[in-house]
Design a protein around this ligand. Structure first.
Ligand code: FPP
Length: 243
């Protein structure tokens, strides 16, 4: 008997890599690569919504990205702010719910304001969740969760034995977020780069050779097709959940 295949992914997470390389290979500035990358964000968001994807999580700015030159960080923040304002109508028209994970308090106030506005406006939408990872690090998320748990232990609300996998999950930035089924990384790199470390323990990986600014629907299709051929066992035996 053949083993059951994975079907379509419900939650897709993407490490959008290669903006700089895409620009450099064309003799352009790195910042131009980021601007073109926003086009890919638009295209892939629309494609995901059309495919009735449950959730799309995009690694838009990592905690480590703060170390980049000031002008590059400034440009990324401006692009993000422009995206949050410019795509608001499109997000609403497509019934998309915008959410975010990360140390959001580190974002500039004007970006934070637009983020909050779009999140609030779209909060009751019932279609795809577009989740932006901003000032995000997987290790930092686990540290933040552990701090929150430690405070509750000190307050007498939890005992050490209450610290289960479920309790850690409950203290992550978005406790209700389902783990990604598929993690796509562009630009050919075989790394997870501190992305969703807790959540990707059994996520299927797909590395695309294309740089993010050239990543289009056909490349997403390719990733989905590869995913559909996977047999997911979660450490058990295919097709069996018990005994
Ligand atoms: C990696 O390319 C990409 C980033 C660090 C930022 C991703 C941001 C965007 C696509 C634009 C803003 C996002 C939204 C949601 C509006 P890189 O610069 O590391 O590329 P390289 O490795 O080739 O230098």
């Amino acid at each position: 008997m053949s083993e059951p295949l994975a079907g379509d992914p419900q939650h897709v997470a993407i490490i959008m890599d290669g903006n700089g390389r895409w620009a450099k290979s064309r003799g352009l500035r790195r910042t131009r690569g980021h601007a073109e990358g926003v086009e890919s964000v638009r295209t892939i968001t629309r494609a995901g919504a059309r495919r009735k994807l449950g959730q799309l999580t995009l690694y838009a700015f990592s905690e480590e990205n703060w170390k980049r030159p000031r002008h590059e960080v400034g440009l990324l923040m401006r692009l993000l702010r422009r995206f949050l304002i410019g795509e608001r109508a499109e997000i609403m028209d497509n019934n998309i719910r915008l959410t975010a994970v990360g140390r959001l308090h580190r974002l500039p106030a004007d970006v934070r304001r637009e983020l909050d506005k779009t999140r609030e406006l779209s909060a009751d939408n019932t279609g795809m969740v577009l989740n932006l990872a901003l000032s995000y690090g997987g290790r930092q998320e686990i540290v933040d969760a552990l701090r929150a748990i430690a405070r509750r232990v000190v307050a007498g609300e939890l005992t050490p034995d209450d610290i289960t996998e479920g309790a850690v999950t409950a203290h992550l930035y978005q406790p209700d977020m389902p783990p990604p089924d598929l993690l796509i990384r562009t630009a050919g790199e075989m790394r997870v780069s501190n992305f969703l470390l807790w959540q990707i323990s059994y996520t299927e990986l797909h590395v695309a050779p294309e740089c993010w600014p050239e990543f289009r629907e056909e490349h997403l299709d390719r990733a989905f097709a590869a995913y559909r051929q996977r047999v997911r066992k979660f450490g058990g035996l295919a097709g069996k959940t018990t005994g």
